[in-house]
Ligand binder design. Structure first.
Ligand SMILES: C[S@@+](CC[C@H](N)C(=O)[O-])C[C@H]1O[C@@H](n2cnc3c(N)ncnc32)[C@H](O)[C@@H]1O
Length: 225
């Protein structure tokens, strides 16, 4: 079902109000604070944020309150959500920003897109990100092992984590806890700071990380021998 029909008042009432809501503004506020803190630790100056599929806009609320100087673009494909919460109407499978943002947030969106649309969306997220990406997408494993089926929308495109990693890996290094670092940013990560690289992806990842070795040396202060 297209986003404009599925994501209506009833959808947001069911998933964002009452005891069975997926998460609250204060929970997402803690996630936003943690992400901003990690960005500062990784020396990513967050002056601009793009949020994709923003729904009730909890991330934007945190940034408005705690980082009022940040330029924030919140987007959603749902006409209802855009009217209700004042987002720009954008379908991430068909749109990419003209210039990249320091932080891109995409929470709980990609599982609603079919394979072709999700693959295009990942390319668009990558084109729109020059620093960090926060990404949450429910996978097949999550449906079986992690989520509470009474509270989570299980009518989704359930793909494997590897499906996502294969498409993210050319553009991002996985930091962990939903955070991905744009390879183009050359953010230096110690070996144990990042998630282990999937064996199938090791070759392309090591080629990309060699390109950022100069930046890594800058952070460790070590001389190359
Ligand atoms: C589960 S809600 C997540 C909302 C918010 N990110 C959160 O975590 O609370 C999914 C959101 O993704 C939006 N969405 C679905 N397909 C989209 C697309 N192709 N492009 C942009 N947003 C989309 C929906 O309209 C909806 O607001």
């Amino acid at each position: 079902m297209p986003a404009r029909q599925r994501f209506d008042a009833a959808y947001y009432r069911r998933h964002y109000q009452g005891p069975d809501r997926v998460h609250s503004a204060s929970q997402v506020g803690r996630l936003a604070a943690g992400t901003a803190g990690l960005a500062a630790w990784l020396c990513v100056e967050v002056r601009s944020v793009l949020e994709v599929g923003a729904g009730p806009g909890y991330w934007r609320a945190w940034f408005r309150r705690h980082r009022p100087g940040v330029r924030y673009l919140s987007t959603d494909a749902s006409a209802w959500a855009c009217r209700r919460w004042g987002h720009a109407r954008r379908d991430i499978s068909a749109w990419r920003p003209r210039a990249p943002f320091d932080l891109v947030v995409c929470q709980g969106v990609l599982q609603y897109l079919d394979d072709a649309a999700a693959a295009r969306a990942i390319e668009n997220l990558a084109a729109g990100c020059r620093g960090l990406l926060y990404l949450e997408a429910v996978t097949r494993h999550d449906l079986l092992e992690v989520v509470d089926a009474d509270r989570t929308d299980t009518s989704i495109h359930a793909r494997t984590g590897d499906w996502y990693r294969e498409r993210l890996d050319p553009h991002f290094a996985q930091v962990g806890a939903g955070i991905w670092a744009a390879r183009s940013a050359g953010i230096p990560l110690y070996e144990l700071e990042g998630a282990p690289v999937h064996p199938r992806l090791r070759r392309q990842s090591s080629a990309a990380s060699a390109a950022s070795s100069a930046a890594r040396l800058g952070r460790t202060g070590l001389e190359e021998s």
